[in-house]
Design a protein around this ligand. Structure first.
Ligand SMILES: Cc1cc2nc3c(=O)[nH]c(=O)nc-3n(C[C@H](O)[C@H](O)[C@H](O)COP(=O)(O)O)c2cc1C
Length: 230
């Protein structure tokens, strides 16, 4: 039996991004995919409530950090019709929230996981400050329960040293700008992922696009980054 290789591989990217980090990486990754000739459909998981980044106060930030430990679901709108049809790969991307997948991703998996992901090739992408393993174990369990075929994993962690990256994330969510503070900017010059990680995402997109076109095994691709080694 001969395998028919896709002339123009179709990739569906389902994502949630609260503070812009995941989407920043996805822009570059999908540029790489498109450069290799893939057709990319982007679908944001849209919370039904009106949550906004930043949350604005220390108290609200602390509340969000604590409540997300319990994996609360964040209800999402229906997916758009663009997500229907054939895809050679589904990317499911989003941040870590208190060692778990974010609330909108959890809602998506509960409601649409089986319908959208069963028997499909799925590539999870995690954007986080630095602690992603627990998130990964939980996500993998949920994806397996949906009968998804997990083909690989990409993880991007914030490159700043501790304790500044933890402090930086907390302050940013609260609506402060630590990268502009005369005291903090020496250790924390930028929130989130660096430009070199965005270039990595572009390179990963190129590799992924090429492998899809050639019908290669996506598990063979090496997405390990200097800041995260899945
Ligand atoms: C409520 C909340 C909890 C978080 N918990 C974690 C965590 O447990 N581990 C971690 O590495 N990062 C954690 N982060 C940081 C985010 O995962 C990180 O900033 C990520 O890059 C944000 O991606 P986004 O901008 O696409 O939402 C948390 C962020 C928020 C808002």
């Amino acid at each position: 039996m001969t395998t028919v290789l896709p002339e123009k591989p179709r990739v569906l990217v389902l994502y949630y991004s609260f503070s812009g980090q995941t989407i920043g990486l996805l822009h570059r990754l999908t540029d790489g995919l498109r450069f290799r000739g893939a057709e990319v459909v982007m679908e944001r998981l849209r919370p039904s409530d009106s949550r906004r980044f930043p949350v604005g106060t220390y108290v609200a930030t602390m509340r969000m950090m604590v409540t997300t430990c319990f994996r609360p679901r964040v209800a999402i709108e229906e997916l758009s019709p663009a997500t229907h049809g054939h895809f050679d790969l589904v990317i499911l991307a989003g941040p870590t929230w208190s060692y778990n997948p974010s609330g909108p991703v959890l809602s998506f998996l509960d409601r649409d996981g089986e319908t959208m992901l069963a028997q499909r090739k799925v590539l999870p992408i995690i954007s986080c400050r630095g602690y992603w393993r627990w998130h990964w174990f939980g996500l993998r369990k949920m994806l397996r329960a949906c009968h998804a075929e997990i083909v690989n994993l990409m993880v991007f962690t914030h490159p700043q040293p501790e304790p500044w990256r933890t402090l930086g994330v907390f302050l940013k969510i609260a609506g402060k700008a630590p990268e502009r503070s005369p005291f903090l900017k020496r250790w924390y010059s930028r929130f989130g992922h660096g430009r070199d990680q965005q270039e990595e995402a572009w390179r990963f997109g190129l590799d992924l696009g090429q492998a899809l076109k050639r019908g290669e095994d996506l598990a063979e691709l090496d997405f390990r980054t200097p800041t995260a080694m899945p």
